[in-house]
Design a protein around this ligand. Structure first.
Ligand code: ATP
Ligand code: MG
Length: 776
């Protein structure tokens, strides 16, 4: 057969070409961001097909997302100049394992039409199990158990393989419950998400004939983003690849960002041991970003100790420096980015005009998206949210909104149905059916039906008591909500309680929202939740309450949201993208905005509170991932203030900002300060990011203006506890460290409060308990 042309090889550099052409034996491509790992992997697939080494269905290629899989398939076709017929084994770990497990389900006592449970189903099942075991799920929540089991599954431990060291989990009953849960799943002919991999590994381990069949079948195994594989995925790959040993993994230890979900960066470091004689290819030329962007990213990641260390270079033109800008608050940050996106679209500032598709906003936490979504809607800027639902479509937000809806319109049955047993109130299907029947009989709403049912004593036990509380609460909340919409209500200074014997003042709609979420038990439900998503959900709820501030009452807010939901994200046309840093992995955009670089937000408070560097290093890798998504223009921003639960909280610029190299950064002046876009370059001054922004007269003016706004001490409740000994030990003149404000000198002591002149944050009064000696 005449050799087919291989034009794609000409587009590769020698190192990439080596990785593509080294077709026999294990290959590891370990290289920094934007060096063309994914590109080389894609070419390798094309080359395997083109040279007749493998047929499409003999190649197993794993990508991190389904979207990446689709793109890779398309690109392979383009590289080969023809559509590729079938590539059934190109997908995510999960999508590939579903297919395999359907073929061999009977080996783990399942039928091939097994169902895959979503998280809600899984929790429901675990709750039933806890009930059957007489375990109080208030003290020992099902979600916590689900987190523990998920963790074990990610490590590839079946119930009988969970090591003794874990025996104390879930009040000593974790392992027993795990076994019971697996049995129950089997009875239901169901699996959860983590089972897909676990079952496959078990099948491969216990049935060598099956394993060998696939080892023979998959002539080539390829894996992108290898640094983020967990133990179960790793074992599965290793088993499969030990046949032909033609495994090619690509990854970057500096981009390992899923440690919190059990990913083990050690897998990539172990590759050479597992696959002896592995061909290791290192790529150093970055084709994505300008030198300034690359220098900024490299400098930040250099702060990590646990890394292999690699240098990147680029042949690109210098381009724009990384831009850094501080804003008064989060709203101003969103406003500025909205305007900046529009002006970049028009092609101002001597730059080429960019399409909205070229621009992305990458946030650390999903709750940050709300501010941008609202702002963009207001100015009519089309946007899409990648890698997750849009803010108002999230589970916890829809639940909370359902509460608000019932409160504002008592006959919103859909909303009532959603919340009547969320959190669990002991109102199962039967009780809910009874409510439905009562409502239908009397031709009234479900809420009214519930009331009638209670009056008729048509429902008993714990459920009855809880339903009564809910129905009465809704009546009370509705009363308050009505007072906000009636013309007579004007919120003013008189609302403040002066004499406690007076009747309670009317709550504002913001307070009402908090009361609803608290009293209904909804917030508590997530507080007791031990899954990794729970803290994010709580943050989203806080963000929801924050969104209420721009409205006069709940009703107005609900109307706004229904408009938001109506904004069709699938509409054609160019759009700016909003996503989390995690979702941005592997992607690239000419223009990238990185907002919210503040200590406590990025790095997250959790990472900062952790002892040891692990959490902080993972956050730093996220920063590296973020900056390296940008091709031409990267803008990092932070806000001096953020509102949390209606309270102002002052923010310090992220410690990662201190790690940006001065020569590659341009500090922009927030337009608010000087009344216009004055983009004169100013020096990045040592630690306090744009110290000149802070020291400028304009900034001080802003601060004065801000002092009229309510402020609170920032997040002290989350600061680490320090022993009493340390408290009494401070004296004036001591150098101390504060979790939030960094280093400073004690200048006065008043009771349990210290006045401290912080090196970066200025003079502040803080509670002595939260201050330690610098070397603590
Ligand atoms: P990440 O670590 O972020 O996933 P990566 O190493 O996978 O990055 P790619 O996405 O494959 O990098 O490539 C980055 C960009 O560089 C892409 O736009 C790609 O088309 C381009 N590129 C890669 N290799 C070359 C090359 N040899 N010549 C020109 N452009 C290249
Ligand atoms: Mg890639």
């Amino acid at each position: 057969m005449a050799a087919r042309p291989t034009p794609y090889l000409d587009d590769l550099n020698p190192a990439q070409r080596e990785a593509v052409e080294a077709m026999d034996g294990p290959v590891l491509m370990l290289a920094g961001a934007g060096t063309g790992k994914t590109k080389a992997l894609t070419c390798r697939i094309a080359h395997l097909l083109n040279t007749g080494r493998a047929r499409p269905n003999e190649i197993l290629a794993v990508t991190f997302t389904n979207k990446a899989a689709r793109e890779m398939k398309e690109r392979v076709g383009r590289l080969m100049g023809q559509a590729v017929e079938g590539m059934p084994w190109l997908g995510t770990f999960h999508s590939i394992c579903v297919k395999l497990l359907r073929r061999h389900a009977e080996l783990v006592d399942l039928k091939s039409n097994f169902t895959i449970l979503d998280t809600d189903d899984q929790i429901r099942l675990l709750k039933q199990l806890l009930q059957a075991y007489n375990i109080d799920d208030k003290r020992w929540p099902a979600r916590q158990l689900s987190g523990i089991i998920g963790n074990w599954k990610n490590r590839c431990w079946t119930p009988d393989q969970v090591p003794g060291g874990e025996a104390a989990a879930f009040n000593n009953r974790g392992v027993e419950l795990y076994a019971a849960y697996q049995n129950r799943l089997r009875e239901l002919n169901a699996v959860d998400f983590d089972d897909l991999l676990l079952h496959m590994v078990v099948i491969f381990q216990r049935h060598p004939d099956v394993l060998q069949q696939y080892q023979r079948w998959f002539k080539y195994v390829l894996v992108d983003e290898y640094q983020d594989t967990n133990v179960a995925q790793y074992l599965w790959l290793r088993l499969l690849a030990q046949g032909h040993r033609n495994i090619c993994c690509v990854g970057d230890d500096d981009q390992s960002i899923y440690g919190w979900r059990g990913a083990e960066v050690g897998n990539i470091l172990r590759f050479e041991k597992d696959f002896e004689g592995a061909h290791v290819v290192r790529l150093e030329q970055n084709y994505r970003s300008t030198p300034h962007i690359l220098a900024a990213a490299s400098n930040v990641i250099r702060g990590n100790e646990a890394r292999l260390g690699k240098e990147l270079w680029t042949a690109k033109d210098e381009g724009e420096k990384v831009r850094l800008i501080g804003h008064w608050d989060g709203e101003e940050e969103a406003r500025w980015i909205g305007e900046e996106v529009e002006s970049l679209q028009r092609g101002t500032r001597g730059l080429r005009p960019y399409s909205l598709d070229d621009m992305a906003i990458l946030v650390r936490a999903s709750h940050q998206m709300r501010g941008f979504e609202d702002r963009f809607l207001t100015i009519g800027l089309p946007y899409r949210v990648i890698g997750g639902p849009r803010f108002y479509e999230r589970l916890e937000i829809r639940d909370a909104m359902a509460y608000f809806r019932v409160v504002c319109s008592n006959d919103d049955d859909l909303a009532f149905e959603r919340i009547v047993n969320t959190p669990k109130r002991g109102l199962g299907d039967k009780a809910q059916q009874n409510i439905q029947n009562a409502a239908r009989r009397h031709g009234v709403s479900l809420l009214e039906g519930a009331r009638i049912l209670l009056d008729e004593k048509g429902i008993g036990g714990k459920g009855a008591k809880e339903l009564r509380t809910l129905v009465d609460s809704i009546a009370r909340w509705s009363e308050i909500a009505r007072s906000h919409t009636s013309a007579s209500y004007v919120a003013d200074e008189d609302d403040v309680i002066i004499d406690e014997s007076l009747p309670e003042r009317a709550l504002s709609h913001i307070e009402l929202a908090e009361v609803i979420l608290d009293e209904s038990g909804y917030t508590t439900m997530w507080q007791n939740d031990k899954t990794p998503e729970a803290p994010g959900r709580l943050e989203n709820l806080k963000e929801l309450v924050k969104a209420l501030e721009s409205f006069e009452n709940l009703q107005g807010f609900l109307e706004h949201v229904s408009l938001v939901m109506d904004n069709d994200s699938d509409a054609e046309g160019e759009k700016v993208s909003i996503m989390t840093l995690h979702a941005a992995k592997g992607l690239e955009f000419p223009v990238v905005f990185l907002p919210g670089w503040e200590d406590g937000l990025f790095p997250s408070q959790r990472a900062m509170d952790e002892t040891g560097l692990k959490g902080l290093e993972e956050e730093r890798r996220l920063a590296y991932v973020g900056i390296t998504r940008a091709e031409e223009l990267a803008t990092i921003s932070f806000a001096g203030n953020r509102r949390v639960y209606g309270q102002w909280q002052s923010q310090m610029p992220s410690r990662f900002i201190d790690e940006l190299p001065e020569d590659h950064v341009e500090v922009l002046t927030p337009p608010g300060l000087y009344g216009g876009g004055d983009y004169g370059a100013s020096r990045l001054d040592n630690a306090a990011a744009s110290a000149n922004v802070y020291n400028s007269p304009g900034w001080r003016r802003l601060q004065e203006r801000g002092s009229q706004r309510p402020t609170t001490q920032p997040r002290e409740s989350r600061a680490p506890t320090i022993d009493a000994q340390a408290i009494s030990s401070h004296t004036v003149g001591d150098r101390v460290f504060h979790q939030k404000f960094g280093y400073g000198l004690v200048i006065a002591i008043e009771g349990d409060k210290l006045e401290i002149e912080f090196e970066k944050a200025g003079t502040k009064k803080v509670v002595a308990r939260f201050v330690t000696a610098p070397d603590d």
